[in-house]
Design a protein. Structure first.
Ligand code: ADP
Length: 189
């Protein structure tokens, strides 16, 4: 059976990866499908996110990475997939995910949504949380695959993941020293 795991994956986290790995044990093939959503301003382009997912899932032989726009059920029908794979973390996820699953069911009777409960250690983890931590210079290596952590640090121009306590604050820049040259007009002599 073929399953589609749709999402933003901006970027992929260890929580997503856990769902993908477990999905790979349940289904013959899992297509991780990055949604092209014009209403969101993502940190990474769709191509970058697909590349990050490919690198993070290189150890899994039954994963394909793709992107799509429009309705997820239309994409799933086009790919002849019968299952939409989604992850559940907290109660607030459940409300939204259930609404989406019911809506998708009204659009296609053939497609079932299968939910995987998050592993305990990833229950708090989301892409936005990772970006928020990295934006303020915090460490994220334990939350995302290593190459993704590098991509994020690069994005926020951070080379040090952990801020050094009592580090001297950067001094304000001195105004540039302007030298005035007297223009020589014509022959001075
Ligand atoms: P979307 O914008 O579609 O919610 P996300 O990339 O945020 O895209 O999430 C894709 C799917 O992965 C969703 O079903 C979400 O609930 C699930 N997910 C995200 N983080 C985790 C996690 N830490 N553990 C389990 N599932 C997760």
């Amino acid at each position: 059976m073929l399953a589609i795991y749709p999402g933003s994956f901006d970027p992929i986290t260890l929580g997503h990866l856990d769902v993908i790995e477990r999905g790979c044990r349940l289904f013959e093939e899992v297509i991780v499908a990055v949604l092209r959503n014009p209403n969101k301003s993502p940190l990474f382009t769709v191509a970058e996110r697909m590349d990050q997912i490919r690198r993070a899932t290189a150890h899994l032989s039954n994963v394909e990475v793709d992107s799509f726009d429009g309705l997820t059920v239309t994409y799933a029908t086009m790919r002849r997939a019968n299952v939409l794979l989604r992850g559940l973390r907290v109660l607030s996820d459940f409300e939204m995910e259930l609404q989406m699953a019911h809506t998708n069911k009204t659009l296609s009777e053939e497609i079932e949504t299968v939910f995987l409960a998050t592993s305990n250690e990833h229950s708090f983890l989301s892409s936005s949380l990772v970006k928020e931590i990295a934006r303020f210079g915090g460490p994220i290596d334990h939350l995302v695959p290593p190459p993704v952590a590098l991509d994020i640090y690069r994005c926020y121009a951070k080379t040090l993941p952990v801020p050094v306590p009592n580090m001297d604050l950067p001094q304000p820049l001195e105004p540039p020293k302007t030298e005035f040259h007297r223009e020589t007009v014509g022959d001075p002599e």
